[in-house]
Write a protein that binds this ligand. Structure first.
Ligand SMILES: NC(=O)c1ccc[n+]([C@@H]2O[C@H](COP(=O)([O-])OP(=O)(O)OC[C@H]3O[C@@H](n4cnc5c(N)ncnc54)[C@H](OP(=O)(O)O)[C@@H]3O)[C@@H](O)[C@H]2O)c1
Length: 246
């Protein structure tokens, strides 16, 4: 029986990914900053562990407690939508600490066991905004584009050890807590000079019917984890798939 460790399982994609693997008879190590018993079905194949991907000691403890794993899914991430002028450097660092450095640190922590066993997969969840740039997302896009580059270089480095690196690029998913979480990082709203631009961006989003569902992401992560022939980049969701093909 194989084991997957997933970061950011308290809601959204991470929760759906954990459910998807549980339904397919995998052992699941579902990690959350604050573990909650009530979000996933009870199962003797499920372990809940506390993990904050920005905290080195928390990573060390969680990886040690998880034991041998076959697949790591770096899903934990935070959003940010604002003009660069309205984004304090403290917030920029927060985004990179979680989205970029958190992913790198988790990968580094599990790599020794995968390399020694000469098998395993690391799936990094980035975003379709790295396929087509959008305004007001410069910092977030940069944090995810760095993960794309990291993943694709590391994939070559790990080829001799039969460890696979994969990217899942979801589109916009209004159903998760991502938007609400992102809004807490912009208490002062958009700078006045960017207010019109922000309105245009929101109006465009309101018109687009193609969106990404959590299930699309779970299915893409499942394929990335289990199908050795799948491409290194996998778009997830109708909007992301359309972008990737255009
Ligand atoms: N929703 C979208 O439109 C969209 C589109 C493309 C890509 N993505 C990416 O998809 C991933 C999942 O997003 P989502 O839409 O499912 O959002 P979500 O519902 O906000 O879930 C994000 C998860 O990440 C966790 N998290 C945040 N900071 C963390 C940290 N320092 N350590 C550990 N966990 C942390 C959150 O846990 P807490 O409960 O502790 O905060 C939560 O479980 C993210 O990487 C995001 O960038 C989202």
């Amino acid at each position: 029986m194989k084991t997957v460790m997933v970061t950011g399982c308290s809601s959204g994609f991470g929760l759906e990914i954990a459910r998807h693997f549980l339904d397919r008879d995998w052992r699941v190590v579902a990690t959350m900053r604050t573990p909650r018993e009530d979000v996933l079905p009870r199962s003797d194949r499920l372990r809940l562990l506390a993990l904050d991907v920005t905290d080195a000691e928390s990573i060390r403890r969680a990886v040690e407690a998880a034991g041998p794993i076959d697949v790591l899914v770096n899903n934990a991430g935070i959003g940010m939508l604002n003009a660069l002028e309205g984004t304090p450097m403290e917030t920029v660092r927060e985004i990179f600490e979680t989205n970029t450095l958190g992913t790198i640190a988790m990968t580094q922590a599990v790599l020794p066991q995968l390399r020694r066993r000469r098998s395993g997969v690391v799936v990094n969840v980035t975003s379709s905004v790295t396929l087509r740039s959008l305004p007001l997302l410069s910092v977030y896009t940069a944090s995810k584009a760095a993960v794309n580059a990291f993943t694709e270089s590391l994939a070559l480095e790990l080829q001799p050890f039969d460890v696979r690196m994969r990217l899942v690029l979801p589109g916009r998913a209004p159903e998760t807590r991502f938007g609400d979480n992102a809004r807490t990082r912009m208490p002062d709203g958009f700078p006045e000079a960017y207010a019109d631009l922000a309105q245009r961006v929101f109006a465009e989003w309101a018109q687009s019917s193609a969106v990404t569902r959590s299930l699309d992401v779970a299915e893409a992560v499942w394929r990335a984890a289990t199908d050795p022939s799948c491409p290194i980049r996998l778009a997830a969701g109708a909007d992301a798939v359309a972008l990737a093909g255009s």
